[in-house]
Ligand binder design. Structure first.
Ligand code: SF4
Length: 336
């Protein structure tokens, strides 16, 4: 593998790595790059991801350009009806991996990549990274024998790249399990990372977010992937056929105003600091009163008595309501 011919051949190879932004994808990129193969990255951006990918780590430290592709609306079908089921909450991990790899396989054509790899580690995640799941993901994405996993390669059947010698299997690793010690040592040894902070993870694995998501799917509030963003902000209440979202602080209030749809109603307490409340779905007198009581409850008014303004245009809230105050246990009964 050290002949000039091989080196020359390798220098023409291009590998596409799936980048989640964490330590595993970083070290997987390092292992492939160290073989003299050009590496480019692909990050699938998702509203469920709770951390920002640090592209500088890849660009400055490894000289890798990372492309971004957003999750598309067809991902909703996966959440609604995953062929391989859910994890503990609403996380359809096996189907999600297949979906992402299918997109990446298509993207290989755009960037003319010869090799595709991920930072997956055998048995690191109980639902999606055991041996059987890795095989399913590979097969269903149309990448059987063609998906390189540099961190766990020695635990797995050689890929076509290793069999044909374009990737040197002896320079890959055989990591198995949840510990990240080997990856961390490797990253430090190559000066890629001083401190490692684990990312915040995926919202679909979060029980509260999953409950909101289930409710939204049940009431058909989700039509496109963008509709999911609002599920991240505020306190959510289901009241008959309406959904009421109450901001918890100023930045959530801003986000709710940005993410509301034209038909949603906005409420705010008059002349006192407090939440922005958004009402979606069917709205009647009872709903208005309940939402207004919630708006007062979470405002700075001590006795929860006062006037609430509402309307569809935040600059022009010209309807008013003075709600009956209600005990906390009634108000919180409908929280999601
Ligand atoms: S944790 Fe979330 S992003 Fe990761 S595979 Fe599962 S569903 Fe997909």
């Amino acid at each position: 593998m050290t002949s000039d011919k091989t080196t020359h051949k390798k220098s023409n190879l291009k590998a596409l790595g799936l980048i989640s932004g964490g330590l595993d994808s970083l070290t997987a990129c390092l292992l492939v790059k160290k073989q003299g193969i050009e590496v480019i990255g692909l990050n699938i951006t998702s509203p469920f991801c709770q951390y920002e990918i640090n592209l500088d780590l890849f660009r400055k430290n490894l000289g890798i350009h990372v492309y971004n592709l957003p999750l598309e609306d067809d991902f909703l079908d996966i959440i609604r009806n995953p062929k391989f089921g859910y994890g503990r909450h609403l996380n359809p991990c096996v189907d999600c991996r297949i979906y992402i790899l299918k997109k990446a396989k298509e993207f290989m054509k755009t960037v003319k990549a010869d090799i595709i790899f991920t930072g997956e580690v055998l048995d690191q995640r109980p639902k999606s990274q055991h041996l059987k799941a890795l095989h399913i993901v590979e097969k269903e994405s149309g990448l059987e024998g063609k998906l390189l996993r540099p961190l766990s390669a020695l635990q797995l059947k050689p890929t076509i790249y290793e069999e044909t010698g374009i990737v040197d299997r002896s320079k890959l690793l055989g990591i198995k399990g949840r510990s990240r010690k080997i990856q961390l040592d490797l990253a430090r040894k190559h000066d890629l990372l001083q401190e490692y902070y684990a990312g915040g993870g995926c919202l679909l694995t979060d029980v509260n977010y999953s409950n909101r998501m289930k409710d939204a799917l049940k009431f058909n509030n989700i039509r496109e992937i963008e509709d999911m963003k609002i599920l991240k902000y505020g306190r959510h209440f289901r009241y008959n056929k309406s959904k009421i979202i109450v901001g918890r602080n100023e930045s959530e209030n801003d986000m709710l105003l940005q993410l509301k749809k034209p038909d949603d109603l906005i409420m705010e307490a008059q002349d006192v600091p407090g939440p922005i409340t958004i009402i979606q779905g069917e709205i009647n007198k009872e709903t208005l009163n309940y939402a207004a009581s919630l708006t007062l409850r979470y405002s700075d008014l001590e006795d929860s008595k006062g006037k609430i303004m509402y309307g569809k245009d935040y600059q022009n809230l010209n309807n008013e309501i003075i709600p009956k105050s209600q005990p906390d246990e009634i108000l919180k009964k409908h929280i999601l």
